[in-house]
Design a protein around this ligand. Structure first.
Ligand SMILES: *[C@@H]1O[C@H](CO)[C@@H](O)[C@H](O)[C@H]1NC(C)=O
Ligand SMILES: *[C@@H]1O[C@H](CO)[C@@H](O)[C@H](O)[C@H]1NC(C)=O
Ligand SMILES: CC(=O)N[C@H]1CO[C@H](CO)[C@@H](O)[C@@H]1O
Length: 491
């Protein structure tokens, strides 16, 4: 019997699940498939999985009986209560050291909780980001597993062979403890929102600003795809812009300009607010979708709110297009810088040992944000795991300095044209704030103290001798109004 035991079990036979099973089968692993609707199991074995080594199970108990130990079971079911229900159903049939892997789109706090609950029972939990959609699942996804560290040696081979490969390296590595795999997947999706928004703004600038046609813009994106912006999203954008309807019009011009969202970008923005970290570009990308959604209101506003007088562009068009490429590159550097700043804070807050170089390596292939650029991020964190910020890495420092003049010209020109650039401009503002030793928060502190006696501290230094550094100070700003109490030193 033991010869027939499967290497891994998978629950949930929607297309993602089926494709992941077939992928693992191709890589030489025996998979046992289960779906609550057991007719799905028969259908799968008799159709898509026909002629493979895949075996089936018709109950959770049978599934567990058919697995090598420690048992490895992937759940690919709807995020939420379905995951908890299956975990509960599995537990009585599992033994110490068995591993439950949630490959769904779970929110990371759930994964933190599940890891704790299962570890308390002597079981191991892995929450794994799986990216790349149905195609990725079938031929090589980006896999981002995190959870009980003891699980990794038992799933490493299957995961790394099943994942996409770039230059012989798997797009899968161990992320960190408990909820970190799903956290990294969440931020991946947020970054995807940001990358997409930047590309959309570049398109808008070329179309409404420079007045180019879709076919010309497609050529520009195709050219960019051979340089520093080389990535899946730039590539598909060129293809999309070239795609014409039967009447010869670009199909993209016929698509309703209202973007949907499933919420993972929003989760990233919320996580950033919770962590108090300035992940501005992803936030703007989420809000840009919100603005797109209020189409009726925008339509009304477009009739009454005037913009600047449209002036024809008098500069060098090719220079401007090159500037735009640099603006996109610089903004992207900022977006990833912000994403990794968020990781550092999350690592502190949740106690994770995050594998920063590994995270960038996992995103290099198999997923929507895959790009050559991620190889440079991998290099930066391989050289220095403790890098405070990508902008302190020599490669990115040079790159952003080189991009800066063009980036500023693009933001200035788009602003004069009245073409909205929430992502480009928030990236530039972040850069200018980040490189400022002094920001005007001194005035904010004064205002807070004036109206609310919130107190402030002073800069260290001679000129402040009369005021004491490291002490909370309150000033009687008005010389009026009695007794606004403050427990601190009153000047
Ligand atoms: C998550 O993992 C980290 C690192 O092991 C640990 O410090 C933290 O307590 C864990 N969280 C929970 C809720 O168990
Ligand atoms: C602020 O100054 C005025 C005028 O000197 C004084 O009457 C008042 O008590 C002061 N308030 C506080 C909170 O010190
Ligand atoms: C829980 C479970 O296994 N459900 C899946 C069974 O298969 C269908 C698709 O065929 C999925 O939609 C279910 O999620």
């Amino acid at each position: 019997m033991s010869g027939n035991l499967a290497d891994i079990g998978l629950i949930g036979l929607a297309v993602m699940g089926q494709n992941l099973i077939l992928n693992m089968n191709d890589k030489g692993f025996t998979v046992c498939a289960f779906n609550r609707t057991t007719s799905k199991v028969d259908h799968f074995l008799q159709n898509e999985a026909k002629g493979t080594k895949v075996i089936g199970a018709y109950s959770v108990e049978e599934l567990c009986a058919k697995l090598k130990k420690p048992r490895r079971i992937i759940l690919l079911v709807k995020a939420g209560s379905a995951v908890d229900d299956f975990i509960k159903a599995l537990i009585p049939h599992l033994e110490q050291g068995d591993i439950i892997i949630d490959g769904g789109n779970s929110h990371f706090p759930d994964s933190i909780r599940r890891a704790k609950e299962l570890e308390a029972k002597g079981l191991l939990f892995v929450g794994s980001g799986v990216s790349g959609g149905e195609e990725g699942a079938r031929y090589g996804p980006s896999l981002m597993p995190g959870g009980s560290p003891a699980a990794w040696p038992h799933i490493q081979e299957i995961f790394q062979k099943t994942a996409a490969q770039v230059n012989g390296e798997p797009c899968c590595d161990w992320v960190g403890e408990n909820g970190s795999g799903h956290y990294v997947k969440m931020v991946h999706n947020g970054i995807e929102y940001g990358d997409m928004q930047l590309i959309a703004e570049a398109y808008d600038i070329l179309k409404r600003g420079l007045g180019l046609e879709e076919s010309e813009i497609a050529d520009i994106f195709a050219r960019w795809n051979k340089g520093v912006l080389d990535s899946f999203l730039i590539e598909i954008t060129a293809n999309i812009l070239k795609f014409n309807d039967d009447d010869g019009q670009p199909i993209v011009t016929k698509i309703l300009d209202q973007a949907g969202q499933k919420g993972t970008g929003k989760w990233t923005a919320q996580a950033a607010l919770d962590a108090g970290m300035p992940v501005t570009l992803i936030g703007e990308a989420v809000f840009a979708r919100c603005l797109s959604a209020i189409k009726n209101e925008r339509t009304r506003a477009s009739k009454v709110l005037a913009g600047p007088q449209k002036e024809p562009f008098r500069g060098d068009k090719q220079q401007f297009i090159d500037d735009l490429e640099q603006a996109l590159y610089a903004s992207k550097i900022i977006s990833y810088t912000q994403g990794f700043i968020l990781f550092r804070q999350a690592a502190k807050e949740y106690g994770w040992n995050l594998n920063y170089a590994g995270i960038a390596r996992m995103w290099r292939g198999g997923c929507i944000i895959k790009s050559v650029f991620l190889g440079d991020i991998t290099n930066a964190y391989t050289k220095n795991h403790d890098l405070e910020s990508l902008l302190f890495d020599d490669f990115f420092l040079k790159a952003i300095h080189k991009a800066q003049p063009g980036w500023r010209r693009v933001c200035a020109q788009a602003t004069l044209w009245g073409v909205p650039i929430p992502a480009f401009s928030s990236a530039l503002s972040f850069f200018d704030g980040y490189r400022s030793e002094v920001v005007p928060a001194n005035l904010l502190q004064a205002q807070r103290d004036y109206f609310g006696a919130h107190t402030f501290r002073v800069l260290p230094g001679k000129e402040n001798e009369r005021l004491v550094a490291n002490e909370d100070i309150h000033i009687n700003w008005t010389g009026r109004g009695g007794t606004t109490a403050s427990t601190s030193y009153v000047v």
